[in-house]
Design a binder for this molecule. Sequence first.
Ligand code: FES
Ligand code: FES
Length: 154
Amino acid sequence: MTVNAERRHAEVEDRKTLADFLRDDCGLTGTHLGCEHGVCGACTVLLDGDAVRACLLFAVQADGRSVTTVEGMAPPGELSPVQQAFRDCHGLQCGFCTPGFVVSVTAFLAENPTPTDAEIRDALSGNLCRCTGYQGIVRAVEQAARSVASVEPQ
Ligand code: FES
Ligand code: FES
């Protein structure tokens, strides 16, 4: 599979999850595991551009496909508009949930670059922050949407 634009070859057990493959075999530990049941969203990655739960997929299901983790959101040393907005708006506390939020929000804004407040809250409902820091996260999505809109003419 391709992970963050890099080809990865590995032999893995059929039962190995994509999340474990990314963390253990690729060393990409930004993909976090919270519930391992598809509930919390901490393990969210992009699979061919769509946000998916890496804890609910087997690594072999991503064979031949393209995976983007939070580490691949921007070139090394740079922040994507969504990452920058989370930083600016204090969209994190302990930060455990942040990678999942960043990936989910990136996919959401790619589909809906000018969301309403209700759409933002609906989109965020699939990710859990146990620190209940949602207000900063909502502000971060609003800033990221403005920033994406300013560089990508509609
Ligand atoms: S660890 Fe995958 S959704 Fe919680
Ligand atoms: S910032 Fe702590 S879980 Fe979200």
